[in-house]
Design a protein around this ligand. Structure first.
Ligand code: GLV
Length: 319
């Protein structure tokens, strides 16, 4: 029987599929498996079922002589050195598609929570500060009819654009690679500088690559309006967190709502968390029961296909 290591407890639907065909060991800790333990565990496994908290690199591959397949239970795979896997003919799978809508829902929830200061309002009530209806209490910004700038118009960016249509927003996008934008989306492609200058809301949907690392830094934030709200559900590294802190503190932009940060987890004493105009959630954009279950199943399908020597249903790179 093939041996599989699963780096965290994931929904049963995925684990059960693996258990029917393989000898499965699961890291059951709440925190990620320590690196030294992982390097030890991969010594005799055939398949690795991992999460974005595990770094799969040349060192790990060198420690795993029998490894046949790496399956990441995530759509993003910046934690995996795909070239190193490819060089060893190890296919890598991810979970695209199934988390598109859940992630777009969350991006929109963050956008609206920031615009209408929902978290501040809830904290205000909980702190016993609500004494009367206030004509100027916690005034925020309108979402309807505002301009939304989407950076990265892939599956998730397009799903956010569809939601924006329901709010009568004008949607701009910046994407150097997208080719077939459905006309029904009614989005306008612009350069990044125009998007930064004209958007009331900016939502990031690019993968983290060398090209997108710190795509939003001090210079970009300076080009935004002082009323701009930045939403990030992509990867923390796309935004320079120090520059963002300064821009929020100095009023260069109005608000940030981040589901992803650099580093992750964000320490409780991080300067961003001292700001009332910044909301941070713990990388939960795809965390609905249905979506995480589907992700677990797709990751299991990828892993099992790889172990059988078949093409993965969702390879990150066709070999
Ligand atoms: C989550 O961030 C994912 O990439 O699936």
């Amino acid at each position: 029987m093939k041996k599989v290591y699963v780096t965290r407890l994931v929904p049963d639907e995925g684990l059960d599929m693996l258990k029917q065909e393989c000898k499965v060991e699961v890291w059951e800790g709440e925190l990620p498996v320590p690196r030294d333990v992982l390097l030890e565990k991969v010594r005799d496994i055939d398949g690795l079922y991992c999460l974005l908290s595990e770094r799969v690199d040349a060192e790990l591959l060198a420690a795993a002589p029998h490894l046949q397949v790496v399956s990441n239970m995530a759509v993003g795979y910046d934690n995996i050195d795909v070239d190193a896997c490819t060089a060893r003919s190890i296919p890598v799978g991810n979970t695209p598609g199934v988390l598109t809508d859940a992630t777009a829902d969350c991006a929109f929830a963050l956008l609206m929570a920031a615009a209408r200061r929902i978290v501040e309002g809830a904290d205000y009530v909980r702190a016993g500060r609500w004494k009367t209806w206030g004509p100027m209490l916690l005034m925020g910004q309108d979402v309807h009819a505002a301009v939304l700038g989407i950076v990265g118009l892939g599956r998730i960016g397009q799903a956010v654009a569809r939601r924006a249509r329901g709010f009568d927003m004008r949607v701009l996008y910046h994407d150097l690679y997208v080719s077939d934008v459905p006309p029904a989306l009614k989005v306008t492609g612009v350069g990044l500088d125009t998007l930064l200058a004209e958007s009331d809301f900016i939502s990031l949907h690019v993968p983290l690559t060398e090209e997108t690392y710190h795509l939003i830094g001090a210079g970009e934030l300076r080009k935004c309006k002082p009323t701009t709200i930045l939403v990030n559900t992509s990867r923390g590294g796309v935004v320079d967190a120090d520059a963002l802190y300064r821009a929020l503190r100095d009023g260069e932009i109005a608000y940030a709502a981040l589901d992803v940060t650099e580093p992750e987890p964000l320490p409780a004493d991080h300067p961003l968390l001292s700001l009332s105009n910044c909301i941070v959630t713990p990388h939960i954009a795809s965390a609905s029961v249905v979506t995480r279950t589907r992700m677990a199943v797709i990751a299991a399908e990828n892993l099992l296909a790889g172990l059988r020597g078949e093409s993965l249903p969702h390879p990150v790179k066709v070999q």
